[in-house]
Design a protein around this ligand. Structure first.
Ligand SMILES: *Cc1c(COP(=O)(O)O)cnc(C)c1O
Length: 312
């Protein structure tokens, strides 16, 4: 029994037009709130079968939460090390799954270094995006989507470190969708894939300046970049504002709260700022979800208070 669940594929009447059907793969409905559970759940199961005694993560976001959920299901202890800057809400979500949250260091680098130093040979470290086990797990959403709806003319998804992208492309090639273009969406300020494609090699962004924190990998994985030479991948960016506006539309029309990291993919599809999005009759959008944004956060993003200076 996999740790993730099968999610619905819905035809969005709200986002479709007479000449274009929009299909949403509702990964936001995974029990941990994002698609991450597919890959992370698979990786944790494999490590448990190999005899791991404990699961480790240095993600205070949806990856860490997925590890916590998987550990609970597998009966394995989980330690998540996060930097001091991590907000209360994600820490609470992780603790609620029975995991131990250790706060250490000013930045993710320090938290991760601390985790690596405490790592025992019997521990399994679960990477948030760069691991073939994750990609195998993420790929299951494509086989599932193929059994639920038509073959799309284009697939649209968000890119952080590129784990979702590697998994989806792996899944597409496994079922004969290698001719379907992929639109890879980042927000401006988290655009490490767009920058790599423009430069012709991997690029490390100086800083992440987007509110879409789940897309905040300063460099995409090598495998994600390699895929851009083996498949028609069209990278594009949207603004934070557009991503937030899409989140509000998703909330209004589909009654789901998702992170701007997820709204970004919907925003790009709605803007049709890539040629293939103008001609595609069927568009499959991975609604990747995310737990860091509560409805109050979404309102604050959309209508920042004029009185206080931004804390972002
Ligand atoms: C992790 C995550 C992403 C980005 O996934 P990558 O595998 O890092 O590219 C996008 N959206 C949400 C909600 C996420 O949790």
């Amino acid at each position: 029994m996999p740790i993730h669940i099968q999610t619905p594929l819905i035809e969005s009447d709200a986002f479709s037009t007479p000449d274009q059907r929009i299909w949403l793969k509702l990964e936001a409905l995974q029990p941990s709130g994002s698609f991450k559970l597919r890959g992370v759940g698979h990786a944790c199961e494999v490590h448990a079968a190999r005899g791991a005694h404990r699961l480790l993560s240095s993600s205070g976001g949806n990856a860490g939460l997925a590890v916590a959920y998987a550990g609970q299901r597998l009966g394995l202890p989980v330690v998540v090390v996060v930097p001091e800057s991590t907000r209360e809400w994600p820490k609470m979500l992780i603790r609620r799954q029975g995991a131990e949250v250790v706060v250490h260091g000013k930045s993710w680098m320090e938290a991760n270094a601390y985790l690596m130093a405490m790592r025992l040979p019997t521990d399994a470290f679960i990477h948030p995006f760069d691991d073939p086990l994750l990609w195998e797990g993420h790929a299951t959403m494509i086989a599932e989507a193929a059994s639920q709806g038509p073959k799309p003319d284009v697939v649209v998804l968000s890119v952080g470190g590129g784990g979702l992208m590697c998994g989806v492309l792996h899944g597409m090639h496994a079922i004969g969708w290698q001719d379907v273009p992929l639109v890879a969406v980042e927000t401006t300020g988290s655009h490490s894939l767009n920058a790599a494609i423009a430069a012709g090699n991997l690029v490390t962004l100086e800083a992440i300046t987007s509110i879409a924190t789940s897309l905040g990998a300063r460099q995409v994985s090598k495998r994600a970049f390699e895929w851009t030479k083996q498949h028609e991948v069209i990278a594009t960016t949207v603004s934070d504002d557009d991503a937030v506006r899409a989140c509000l539309d998703i909330a209004d029309e589909h009654r789901l709260i998702v992170e701007p990291a997820c709204g970004a993919a919907v925003a790009a599809a709605m803007q049709r700022n890539v040629d293939v999005l103008c001609t595609a009759a069927n568009v499959l959008i991975i609604l990747c979800g995310g737990t860091s944004t509560r409805y109050s956060d979404l309102q604050a993003f959309a209508f920042p208070s004029p009185k206080t200076t931004s804390s972002r």
